[in-house]
Each structure stands twice: as C-alpha cells, then as structure tokens.
Design a protein around this ligand. Structure first.
Ligand SMILES: Cc1cc2nc3c(=O)[nH]c(=O)nc-3n(C[C@H](O)[C@H](O)[C@H](O)COP(=O)(O)OP(=O)(O)OC[C@H]3O[C@@H](n4cnc5c(N)ncnc54)[C@H](O)[C@@H]3O)c2cc1C
Length: 496
C-alpha cells in the first residue's frame, strides 16, 4: 500500500466533492454509500409520468460547481446546463397580494414598488449592506477552514477581522430586516432567507443577510433536466478519475486505535485505509460509527439541529398559469410559525408553503396537461412525542385546504403522491434528528461551534457535509468537501 488510500463515507455532495478532489490529487479513493444510489439529499424519483427532485430545488453560487469541475480537469458546461431562473420566486402574501422576486435589479425594484414605493430605496440600501456582509465574511466563513488557526491567521484575513463589526452579528435577521423595510410583507420575504440554512429569522444573527445578496446579487439557477443531473455529472467525473463507488454499502464503523483511524468496517470486514473522509452527518457518525468518544458525542448532541421539513410530491393533472417555477405561499404570522417550530418543536398551525414545479422550465417532467409539484413545509427536527404518521395525514389536508383558499384547488387533481416527514429524512440520509441542513445558525457563535473539517479526537479523520463547516446547502457542502480534501492532501504531504 502506498499510504494514499482514502475511504469516503456517504455519497452526498460534500463527500463527492472531497472524493473527486482527492482522486485528482492522486489518492486512491473508495466511496461507500448506504443507499442504492448516491446524491444524499439531492435525489430524484419518477412516479407515473411525473419526475421530481425530492430535495434541493434552487442552486446558488454556481461558481463553486465550476471550480470543482475545473479542479477535476473537466469542463462543467460539457456536463451541465445551468439555467438562470426569473422570477426567482413568486411570493403569495396572506393579504392576497403577489410579488415576483427577481435578480434583475430593475424588475425587482419595480415589483417592490407595487407593494410599497417607500421601500424601493430601502432595497438598494439593503442589497449594498448584504453585499458588504458578503465581502467581509465570504473569504473567512465560506472558503477557509476557520477552525485551523494557521489558515485563519493570514495577512489577507486581517482586514476582515478588523471589519467584523460590519457583519451585523448582534441583531437578529428579523431585527435587521425590519430596520430597512417598512412593509411587513417585504420584512417577511427577506426574513425567509434564514431558512436557507435551516435557521429561525427571529433568532439567527443578521450576518445571514448575506444570503439575499447571494440570491439577488449572484443569481438563482436551475439545472436543465433536474437538480439531480448534478449528481449524475459528478458521478461521471468521479468514475473517470478512478473513484470506486460502492452503493448499498453502509459503513458500520470507523476503525481506530484510540489515536488514529485505520479504515472502515463494511459488511463485517475491515477495509484498511490511511485516511477517512466522513460525509455522513458528523453528529450521527460520532454517535454510531466512532467507538470510545462518548464525551464528544454528548457535546455534539448539544448543538441545535437545523429545520427539518415535510415534503409532498404531487403529480397534478392540471395547469396553473398563476404559479411560477418557485413559489412561496406565506403563513399569516411568521413569528408564530417559527416559535411553534423551534421553541415548541411542533408542527406549525399555519405553515408557509413552498412549491417548486420543474416542468415550468423542463416540460418533459410531467404529462402535457399536468404539473409536478414539490411542496415543502418547514418542520421541527425530531424530538420524542411527535407523531409523524398522524401529522402527515393532518398536514396534507391543512395544505390542500390552504391551497384551495388561495385559488389552487388540486384536491381532486392529484394523480400520484409521495410524502416525506422528518422521520423519513432521518432514515433515508441518516441526518441528525431529521435535520435537513445540519446544524442551525440560531446563535451568534454557531459558525465557530459547527464541527470542524478535521476531527478533534482522531488523527487522519476528516469531515464534509452540511453538519460541519461551512454549513448546509449545495454550494457550502461542496466547499466543505474541498476543505476536507485540502487538509488531507496537506497532512499527507507534511508526513512524506
Ligand atoms: C427537502 C430539501 C430541500 C432542500 N433545498 C435546498 C435548495 O433548494 N438549495 C440548496 O442549496 N440546498 C437545499 N437543501 C440542502 C442540500 O440538499 C443539502 O445541504 C446537501 O445536499 C447535503 O449534502 P451533504 O454533503 O451534507 O450530504 P447528504 O446529502 O446529507 O448525504 C449524506 C449521505 O451519506 C449517506 N450515509 C450516511 N451514513 C452512512 C453510512 N454509515 N455509510 C454509508 N453511507 C452513509 C447517506 O445515505 C447520504 O446519502 C435541501 C435539502 C432538503 C432535504
């Protein structure tokens, strides 16, 4: 053995990003995924004549994907057709007003003016403020493994450290958004961005106002054919580079001698490797895969998981001209919705409903007279006492009734259906308490408390994915895989 063997746990995007980079750097990589196919929370299903993405539906920061292809020596545009989405999202407010949000500044200002002329100028100021947060934080918080002291203390980071007061960490997202916008509908719209990493706008620090800049400043995208095409493309690249992918193969244990990892156990047998890159949820991995570190597990279990969700996939035999590719039907009281989710950890009475219909852009995803609805509700992470089997039946009728009230009566038009609850997310992707973005960012210190990309307890063990730095969402998990792979490569080089 030439000391360059790596076992990668899980076939999610963080793991794939790490596996591809390591293979490109000359490591021999074996990737183990417990499910029948790779992709993790980026997944797809076909039901009858309808095709659905079952997880991620909106792509931001496409440059992160381009960089991964470049690093691997491939050209992204040969594999993936990224389509800018306009409007990025159609918002339906509880007073029956509707607004199309767009990355096109003129269109967006016009749409805001229809709701509130006073807030047009506020939008300009808000975008500048969000861009400033991006400029100050992106390099350190998104592109640097911040738990690595030596990497943090670089001359190019000093300027950022001195500007940290500009990132608005002491107010919540909601407090800050409310200072810019006078119209409560716009406050609700911009509050929503905290949910992009699974957090509560009424608790999360206003630093998360970076997210609207990422969406409106850099754009929101769809991948022609469906978001799952990203996984197909990365699988092709990984295989071309020699990554051996083992699906339907659960890693049962991360083997170690108390100091350093020595491989993984699959099917009762040890696969010896020099490094392990864990792309499975790191909290669950400490609970279930790493023996002998109970204290570490207990500490990690104190981190608050992110939002979970309930998803309805509905093949609807009807056409709705009033719906766009992405749609949000807001609840009437956002504060109450998030209190019920995060404080009471229960299903919200009046959930905000997100609907993505990819056949608005990809006509082949549904029959000519139909639409493929992916419907997502924010839900609490799993705690004892919740009853998801009952809740999914109850929420189905709550959602269908609310849709009917706002003019989309699809009750008798649903031809095919599949429902996912937080229990399903936990089961399918082994995510911590069914969370869909890893750890929440509901406190000012979460960015630092989130798990590092290098294990604190075992040498030669590294982590990627939504539960570790820099957090959840497609671009960030791809960056986590980059950080973990670079740490492995550097550690390996230093030992030669
Ligand atoms: C409903 C939903 C909507 C979302 N919407 C968006 C969106 O619009 N935009 C966006 O950017 N992001 C979105 N996200 C988040 C995004 O999909 C995730 O952050 C990202 O895909 C997670 O990647 P990951 O690397 O953490 O791996 P995961 O996707 O969590 O995959 C981990 C993999 O590891 C496997 N695994 C676990 N344990 C083991 C083991 N012991 N052995 C072998 N394999 C194992 C699991 O089966 C799984 O396949 C959404 C997620 C969900 C669920």
């Amino acid at each position: 053995m030439d000391n360059k063997h790596v076992a990668v746990i899980g076939g999610g995007l963080g793991a794939l990003s790490g596996a591809i980079r390591l293979a490109r750097l000359g490591f021999s990589v074996q990737l183990f995924e417990k499910n029948e196919k790779i992709g993790g929370k980026v997944n797809e299903v076909a039901l009858g004549g309808y095709r659905f993405d079952t997880g991620a539906s909106l792509l931001t920061m496409p440059s992160v994907i381009d960089e991964l292809f470049d690093f691997a020596g491939f050209n992204r545009s040969d594999y993936l057709d990224l389509v800018p989405i306009d409007p990025i999202c159609r918002y339906f407010f509880s007073d029956s007003s509707v607004m199309d949000a767009s990355a096109d500044k003129a269109k967006m200002k016009n749409a805001i003016a229809q709701l509130s002329t006073d807030d047009v100028e506020a939008y300009e100021r808000f975008l500048k403020y969000a861009e400033r947060i991006h400029d100050v934080t992106a390099e350190i918080f998104m592109f640097t493994p911040i738990h690595e002291f030596k990497k943090l203390i670089k001359p190019r980071h000093f300027q950022t450290l001195f500007r940290l007061h500009q990132i608005d960490p002491f107010r919540t997202v909601h407090q800050s958004v409310s200072r810019f916008f006078s119209d409560p509908r716009l406050v609700q719209l911009f509050d929503r961005y905290a949910t992009y990493n699974g957090s509560d706008p009424f608790q999360a620090p206003a630093t998360l106002n970076i997210i609207p800049y990422i969406e409106y400043g850099l754009g929101g995208y769809y991948i022609k054919g469906g978001i799952y095409r990203l996984i197909d493309a990365l699988e092709t690249v990984a295989c071309e580079l020699g990554v051996q992918i083992h699906t339907s193969t659960r890693v049962e244990e991360i083997c170690h001698d108390g100091k350093r990892v020595s491989g993984v156990q699959v099917n009762g047998e040890k696969v010896e490797t020099d490094y392990v890159l864990c792309g499975a949820d790191a909290v669950v991995a400490h609970d279930e895969l790493i023996d002998g570190y109970q204290h570490r597990s207990e500490k990690l279990n104190r981190l608050e998981p992110s939002l979970s969700g309930m998803v309805f996939l509905w093949g609807v035999r009807a056409k709705h001209q009033k719906l766009a590719h992405h749609n949000i039907i807001f609840s009437s009281d956002y504060d109450a919705e998030f209190k019920q989710i995060f404080k009471n950890q229960r299903v919200p009475d009046d959930p905000t409903i997100y609907i993505a219909i990819t056949n608005k852009t990809d006509t082949g995803h549904a029959p000519a007279d139909g639409e493929n609805w992916f419907v997502l509700l924010n839900m609490p992470y799993l705690v004892p006492g919740q009853m998801w089997k009952k809740e999914k039946v109850r929420m189905r009728s709550v959602v269908l009734n609310k849709l009917k009230r706002v003019g989309f009566d699809i009750m008798d038009r649903i031809e095919v259906e599949q429902i996912y609850t937080p229990e399903d997310f936990s089961e399918l992707y082994a995510s911590n308490q069914g969370s869909i973005y890893g750890v929440s960012s509901n406190s000012r210190t979460t960015a630092f408390k989130r798990l590092p990309n290098r294990s604190r307890v075992l040498e030669r063990l590294y982590f990627a994915g939504g539960s570790v730095h820099p957090g959840g969402g497609i671009p960030l998990v791809i960056l986590s895989g980059k950080m973990a792979a670079m740490l492995i490569a550097e550690d390996h080089a230093s030992k030669l």
